[in-house]
Design a protein around this ligand. Sequence first.
Ligand code: ADP
Length: 625
Amino acid sequence: MAKTEFKSESKRLLDLMINSIYTHKEIFLREIISNASDAIDKLYYISLTDSNVGLNKDDFKIRIEIDKPNRLITISDNGIGMDKDDLDNNLGTIANSGSFKFKQENEKNDDVDIIGQFGVGFYSAFMVSDQVTVRSKKYNCEQAYEWSSSGADGYEITETDKDSVGTTIILRIKEDTENEKYSDFLEKYKISALVSKYSDYIRYPIIMEMEHRKLREDCDLEHPEYDEVTEDEVLNSMIPIWQRNKKDVTEEEYNEFYKQKFFDFENPAHVFSNSVEGIVTYKSLLYIPSRVPFNYYTKEYKKGLQLYSSGVLIMDTCSDLIPEHFAFIKGVVDSQDLSLNISREMLQHDRQLKNIANTLEKKIRSELASWLKNDREAYEKFFANFGNQLKYGLVGDYGAHKDVVKDLVLFYSSTEKKLVTLKEYVERMGEDQKEIYFATGESIDIIDKLPQTEYFREKGREILYCAEKVDEFAFRSMEEYEGKKFVNIVNEDVEEESDSKEEQKAENEDDVLKFVKDILGDKVNEVVFSKKLRSHPVCLTAKGGVSFEMEKYMAMAQPEAMVRAERVLELNATHPAVNALIANMTADREKAEKYAKLLYNQAVIIAGLQVDDPSEYTDLVCSLF
Ligand code: ADP
């Protein structure tokens, strides 16, 4: 029979596996066991409502056999099984093809990275085997099938005989090479150790025949005699890690569980578990990743926790358990309050589930708050990764969650030169300061040099510098913090400015403003003499509700809306450049026009906006020489 080729991206991955220099080849076993356990989960779930399955909880098992002379390891399960299409689709294509494509686009060929990052699953078998055979019979199907492949040249699927439902995977272990002693995997003690290391918590027994010395029953204990016996032994403790006593679980075990379960190759940044009893009863084990998942800020990312009901997996990614602002949280929730027979669609409306979600939100919030308090450095690293998610939480649902999130967000402070909380800002505010000042712009550096921030900096006022697009929306949504209004000093007038400086006046004020406005036409909505400018000749401010940062954001997010900020050009009447303009209005009108255009363009550049006509601007500058 002709071989079927692997789909192209699978083939690449397979090549990677076969030629892998990945040092943790041993993970192949945990991948296969974890697939077996998932398959059993599925059939067990069905068995709860369907007596035709004919199996009780205790009947579900994973069995490992080793045939040393023939270099074979066989792993069998009595899970849901696969039919012909399943074998073709699941084993012919890499499950996580989306993520793999992403990798390809990024031209990173580091196999360690790929293997670690995506938990490549089944294909990892090819790191240690030169032939892989899968025999499977799916629940409710008559016919069993065999899938086999010896690597990159493709695979075959044929009909086969198999009595019971489930899957058997047979690995033919590679011959040893100079660098790799594959034969180790044919040692029972080695396999047993690998199960303990990686698969201890698997809830179904993982069984292997082990040779023991057993005390002979009728012997004299003073002179003990032993028999060599071969007996089935359960290799794993079967207690889910979240059910174990916190103090009995090592950090390494928590980390290992995380990496395995959530396909990360780095340890999590933070782990916390909770055992809650009361209106709702549940145990949770939650993690914060130490880096942003590659697809995090895309639609592909699915937030949610694994949901168990008394140890039985009900849902892999239960999104209702986690609010959007905590979408980065990974983990497991296990509750006895949820009915096992509940359908996945009904779950959405389940009251208990809502109660759990509410309690979880509070727990996560207080955990983050104490993390922020106790380990600022680690929290700031976390915030660099997921801070924007928290800030979105201030904005989303019309600000409904702002009270949950407002004390967890950080902003860059102009005076402290580091990230600060709103609480810290308010505590530092002088009595005479009524409002919380923030300034928006492209980057911290640019904001720091804005003409609008100069006055406040000179006065020693603290300003929150907002270089993230979401920042301004966040402040608008919050409106105030502890009774103090947020004011964007780039756009809005601040009370204390007006009496700060003598009113700037030019003799022929109205004529000047009209002159400049006429020249600039629709480019600006208004021209005024500024109260806030110090060393800069001009600045551009946005009047009304829309700021320049919002304009830029909307141009990207919703260009058809054509949202445009109202532009006000502010002139500094005490600046030589503006004075030169005024003087030339009578002396050399053409020059005065050039000056007006030049100053406008400079204001545009400082505001971080695009110059309307760059070549006209360059010509203008050159014409002055
Ligand atoms: P993943 O487990 O991440 O989905 P794998 O490559 O490990 O990716 O497995 C691909 C798919 O093959 C699984 O999702 C599952 O549908 C199927 N599969 C693998 N092993 C088994 C098994 N022992 N029993 C039933 N289905 C299996």
